[in-house]
Ligand binder design. Sequence first.
Ligand SMILES: Cc1cc2nc3c(=O)[nH]c(=O)nc-3n(C[C@H](O)[C@H](O)[C@H](O)COP(=O)(O)OP(=O)(O)OC[C@H]3O[C@@H](n4cnc5c(N)ncnc54)[C@H](O)[C@@H]3O)c2cc1C
Length: 410
Amino acid sequence: MLYFPFERARPSHLELVLTRMKEIAIVGGGPAGALCGEKLSSAGFSVTLFDEHLAWEKPCGGGLTHKAIEKYPFLLDSPAAKKEIRSAELISSRGHRARFEMSRPLVIYSRAVLNGLLLDRAERAGCKMHHARVTRVDTSSEKVQLTAAGKDHTADFVVLAGGARNQLLPGTTPLQPKDLEVTLGYFIPAREEVVKIKFLNRMSGYIWSFPRTDHLSVGICAKMAEYTTQSLRDLLDGFIRDESIPNDSARFYSHVLPSPEFTTLRHRKIAGHNWALAGDAAAYVDPITGEGLFYALRSGDLLAESLVNRQPESYPARLRAEFVVDLEIAAHLVRRVFRGTFLGGAVTTRMVQFARRSATFRDLLRDLFSGAQDYRTLRKRLWNQFGVTLGEFIGDFFRAPHSSITPQEE
Ligand SMILES: Cc1cc2nc3c(=O)[nH]c(=O)nc-3n(C[C@H](O)[C@H](O)[C@H](O)COP(=O)(O)OP(=O)(O)OC[C@H]3O[C@@H](n4cnc5c(N)ncnc54)[C@H](O)[C@@H]3O)c2cc1C
């Protein structure tokens, strides 16, 4: 047979399947599933989203960094209730404090409001909503089979965006305790204007207080394999007492948070021929900061883009090109940040001290908080500005009225 280079090749089996792909099922209506549903419905797919709660108050800080707002401006522009916070305070394990103004606000939502906003957008784009728990997903045949609330459904492709606790993982492995953090906290009716982060003595984790419109989300996170829930609760209760936060009608919460190790990010399978994971289910959370909302939104969006382009196999490469490499670097750094030492003291304590005394270091923190500073270029920037930072630190130390050496600062 003659081969004509311009003749269109016969479509492969996979191409035929992809061309016919029309019906998408999404398990999970958090940020990853809801945004994916909106984008796919807008592109003309028939999308059914299953969530056992729909818009609910998922345990979360609810903080969106500027990089999320920049990509999805509707998160700031929508009339939905949210708080814009411009001040941050870092507290070392030994009680040093550094307060600074952020160049870009942290936008803090209650999760019921944020999920509601995203699900409304998906529904308006044509996504069908099922308020039901999915109990079975079978991807072994060409058509995906699902069971939700006792009823069977089929789809051409399934998006698994059921979060960190979800066990529906056909074709891949569940996350192990080494890839997870335990988190617990309280929703406390109180008003504040400052985000607080407190570091803990040689612990991979931290305490946060995130102000929302009419309450605070105060919580603690740490590696699941290393700490008991009770020890974390004791530390959190101590913080609440020290900060004089009234907690009479506080509502307790607890949840798991992915904190992926390097090898998990590098090697865990996140997609097959008729399924893919997005958001927490894929473990896309920054292991240092715990930021997951941006990565949930981005992975849901990139998955939708891959399906709209009929190239689901391009999804992992799209993720790597955007953020997975940066998360891998964070996974390498996390222990050094929380448990390492620098100039004879804990890295986190030095961070707070530098933030207090160096304007250049505060600029760096502002960029880290907003997401403008990635981990890829962090080391270079730290080295480039180390001399200036140290000079500012020493200058301020001898100039400022608080310059006397306190026992904590030694
Ligand atoms: C305590 C805490 C604080 C956090 N604070 C922040 C923060 O301030 N900023 C930030 O960026 N990130 C934060 N995160 C991380 C963030 O909450 C997650 O990364 C984000 O919610 C992930 O979104 P998702 O859509 O992947 O999953 P989720 O938001 O977990 O959504 C999953 C959805 O799937 C549904 N579901 C699960 N299983 C099933 C099933 N079998 N059938 C039907 N439905 C199902 C659930 O009901 C849920 O609605 C925090 C996490 C925790 C635990």
